[in-house]
Design a protein. Structure first.
Length: 264
């Protein structure tokens, strides 16, 4: 059982929902990224998604695309992000960390080398939005060879329909439910059949069901709190940090307030 699974089990036992945030590694710089990670831990974030900057982030909307571009312009690379992970773990970061990234980055680095580095640096999970379930055999084989390897988080969308039981069958950690069609950051314009879709995932999933894309406040997910096990916020969190000059107090306040409201 890795850090994500331990956290999800603890939350379930407490009857509480999970809050997950997304930040782009290297934005505005590596040193500030470290401070953001520790501020989130202090505020009680359950899991952190760390976005690995990529030149063509097809699943992401304008906010994360811009963040990714800016981080690349400032020199962010996967090698530097691995160094960052080593440093934060050494300095006492115990919160589960998930890399959100595109498969080309993994493939270019080399599957075996990538998985080994993740294990060495304390990366707990991977979300790879452009790697469909049917294409996961190769990476799963490599992950299975290393006990300390991260777990692969499954993504489902409102059009997954009959594929849902297959996708979530052996899911670990949590299932990431995309709440709307299109890219990230479109506001709470959830799919018109969101409830039916989430119920289908919940019925089939052996692990907690998280909902992401377009969420800004705890109020956005309130109508679906009887189904989901937690929420993921990305674009709004990046915008909030940027508008407040990456103020650690603003970060802590947002996380603690969201968690409190979602669990009231």
């Amino acid at each position: 059982m890795n850090r994500i699974e331990e956290k999800m089990t603890a939350l379930k036992n407490e009857g509480r929902k999970a809050f997950i945030t997304y930040t782009t590694a290297g934005l505005p710089d590596m040193e500030t990224t470290k401070k953001i990670m520790f501020a989130q831990q202090e505020a009680g974030i359950d899991v952190m998604e760390l976005g690995i900057p990529f030149s063509d982030p097809v699943a992401d909307g304008p906010v994360i695309q811009a963040a990714s571009y800016e981080a690349i312009q400032k020199g962010a690379t996967l090698t530097k992000i691995f160094t960052l992970m080593k440093e934060v773990r050494k300095e006492g970061l115990t919160t589960p960390v998930v890399f959100m990234m595109y498969y080309n980055t993994v493939y270019h680095y080399g599957l075996e080398e990538f998985v080994e580095m993740c294990a060495d640096c304390g990366v707990d999970g991977l979300i790879i939005p452009d790697l469909p379930y049917e294409e996961q055999k190769e990476i799963n084989a490599v992950l299975a060879e290393n006990e300390a390897a991260p777990i692969l988080i499954q993504l489902v969308s409102p059009v997954s329909k009959q594929r849902i039981p297959m996708i979530v069958n052996n899911a670990r950690g949590f299932v990431y439910c995309v709440s709307q069609m299109g890219v990230t950051g479109n506001g709470a314009n959830f799919h018109k059949q969101i409830r039916e879709y989430l119920l289908e995932v919940k019925k089939n999933s052996p692990v907690p069901v998280m909902m992401g894309f377009g969420i800004r406040t705890a109020g956005d997910v309130e109508p679906l709190e009887d189904i989901i096990d937690g929420a993921i916020v990305g674009s709004h969190f990046i915008t909030l940090m940027k508008e407040n000059n990456y103020d650690e107090n603003v970060i802590k306040e947002y996380i603690s307030s969201f968690k409190k409201e979602m669990n009231e």
